[in-house]
Write a protein that binds this ligand. Structure first.
Ligand SMILES: [Zn+2]
Length: 260
């Protein structure tokens, strides 16, 4: 059964690979492509969580395989774990396979966010014109939005997407042209607050798919079921106007990731 969404969705935050939590929970490029095809998603940017559960090189190779087989719908994001002394060796691979940006996850990869941890990653992003998508932890922690401010100031030309629309991220997106937020696992009421605070130009649509989405088989770790139509219906129920939705769901992603 097809369950098409009625907008040309671009999802900037999805994952393949071996997810943390349950050994054996794995999403393949075919799973992600199945979701996109079945629900009518135009394009999905994906990194492999295998970087945090197994190793970064393993993850990079999975993402390359994904791009080679499903590049029309699935674009690569390079998950960098700055603890890995060899992380930079994957950068030429990502360039060769036309990856769209960098994904970092300070919580899963266990490091506090500061310049010592991430200067080299931001310099790499600047060199290649790559946006950085990061998991932003809850406010008040050493991985929260406010910890990124020195990096934002030092690298004003690097686009930084602070995922999960934390309250502490809103002032940063307001102050700095390079900072964006995403809707991944965000309550629709919080997205409404974000749109009211910032306007629709600084918010990008993300989902953390494949988690919770129908991939045509039982997952290793069941989650509350989700769908693109359901996520967008949730945003509409909050009264977010169509013109704002169009920006959040695809126009902003086009601009930020230079999609054609
Ligand atoms: Zn994620």
């Amino acid at each position: 059964m097809r369950v098409n969404v009625d907008l040309p969705v671009i999802d900037i935050h999805t994952h393949i690979g071996r997810l943390p939590g349950v050994v054996g929970e794995i999403y393949t490029p075919d799973d992600l492509n199945y979701i996109g095809e079945r629900e009518g998603v135009r394009f999905m940017l994906a990194s492999s969580a295998t970087a945090t559960t197994v190793g970064q090189r393993h993850a990079t190779l999975e993402a390359i395989d994904m791009v080679q087989r499903h590049g029309a719908r699935l674009g690569g994001m390079l998950w960098i774990n700055p603890h890995d002394p060899a992380w930079a060796e994957d950068v030429p691979l990502a360039v060769r396979h036309k990856f769209y940006g960098i994904k970092i996850h300070p919580v899963l990869d266990h490091y506090a966010v500061d310049r010592a941890a991430l200067d080299r990653v931001f310099a790499c992003a600047r060199e290649h014109g790559w946006p950085i998508l990061t998991h932003t932890d809850v406010d008040g922690t050493p991985m929260s939005a406010s910890c990124y401010e020195p990096l934002i100031q030092a690298y004003p030309d690097v686009v930084l997407i602070l995922a999960h629309l934390r309250l502490g991220a809103i002032p940063l997106a307001k102050r700095y042209t390079s900072v964006y937020l995403d809707t991944t696992y965000v309550d629709p009421a919080m997205v409404e607050i974000g749109v009211d605070a910032l306007g629709p130009d600084k918010i990008l649509f993300g989902s953390d798919a494949a988690e919770g989405f129908d991939v045509g088989r039982a997952p290793g770790r069941p989650r509350p079921p989700r769908s693109y139509a359901g996520l967008i219906a949730g945003l509409r129920e909050r009264g977010i106007p169509e013109s704002a939705l169009e920006k959040i769901v695809y126009h902003n992603a086009h601009a930020v990731f230079n999609l054609t």
